[in-house]
Design a protein around this ligand. Structure first.
Ligand code: CAA
Length: 261
């Protein structure tokens, strides 16, 4: 499976671990990383041996400290738009990946880094993690989905405060406002993310994927249509072996052995 030096990928017991690996630049996202991630996501989507994905950053200081400011500085307006579209497309691909994705946020998650974490399904943060959208200090708004995903996660008022002030918040505050799901000691971060991944993997895979698709699609289509979409996919799951196995195992008072079919 494809690995670039500044983007690492390893498989461990069904968990695919994606690591942004530019520690000297606090894992800032340059074009090479974004293009590598785009390609890697296609490979992961097609790899049925990867059940859950974890996204993290190299080292103990940063998850991702944003898009690469050196690369952005000389851009023209048209190039800026293309740059934004590239990041948006890659993060949309991540958000729609069939497998569940956990962000293990091991330090600074700023700008494009906060946006990367928000494109994941679940965020687990180390106590030393810091979040923010500091783009307004650089003369730009967030460009990889931050103006859209942040209010969807934390609400309009809190999102606007973070976007307008560019303030950094710590992990405890991120937990309080719902930007992260869980905060753990830095040395336990990967273990907690992997344990969560294993728990998700022990559930019926098709049902988990359907939950992801229904939440993602439903939030874009309004309650009435979202609810009817749910009825369709709920019904469809009765055609899976996993539904037969899950309900039979319950009745027989044993653990289910899901086939993912
Ligand atoms: N792009 C490029 N390089 C970056 C970077 C970034 N986003 N963030 C950090 N680096 C580099 C620094 O330039 C520095 O490089 P040198 O050693 O060559 O000087 C190295 O990483 C270490 O950083 P610092 O010395 O600044 O470390 P610090 O501990 O003093 O500060 C920090 C840490 C507060 C995270 C600080 O690095 C910082 O503010 N970084 C920029 C954060 C930011 O503004 N992110 C948003 C970018 S814009 C964006 O992401 C747009 C979008 O939505 C798509």
């Amino acid at each position: 499976m494809g690995t670039e030096e500044n983007l690492l990928f390893q498989k461990e017991n069904g968990v695919g671990i994606v690591t942004v690996n530019r520690p000297k630049a606090l894992n800032a996202l340059n074009q090479e990383v974004l293009q590598g991630l785009d390609k890697l996501l296609d490979e992961i989507a097609a790899d049925s041996s990867v059940k859950v994905v974890i996204v993290t950053g190299s080292g103990d200081k940063a998850f991702v400290a944003g898009a690469d400011i050196n690369e952005m500085r000389p851009l023209t307006a048209m190039e800026g738009r293309e740059w934004g579209r590239l990041g948006q497309a890659v993060f949309a691909k991540l958000e729609k990946l069939p497998q569940p994705v956990i962000a293990a946020v091991n330090g600074f998650a700023l700008g494009g880094g906060c946006e990367l974490a928000m494109a994941c399904d679940i965020r687990v943060a180390a106590e030393n993690a810091k979040f923010g959208q500091p783009e307004v200090s650089l003369g730009i708004p967030p460009g990889f989905g931050g103006t859209q995903r942040l209010p969807r996660l934390v609400g309009k008022g809190r999102a606007k405060e973070l976007l307008y002030t560019g303030d950094m918040i710590d992990a405890a505050e991120a937990l309080r406002i719902g930007l992260v799901n869980k905060v753990v000691a830095a040395e336990e971060l990967m273990a907690v993310a992997k344990t969560m991944a294993q728990k998700i993997m022990s559930r019926a895979p098709v049902a988990v994927q359907v939950c992801k698709a229904a939440v993602n699609a439903g939030l874009e289509m309004g309650l009435e249509y979202g609810i009817s979409y749910e009825a369709e996919v709920f019904g469809l799951c009765f055609a899976t072996l996993d539904q037969k196995e899950g309900m039979t195992a319950f009745i027989e008072k044993r653990k289910p052995a899901f086939a993912g079919k």
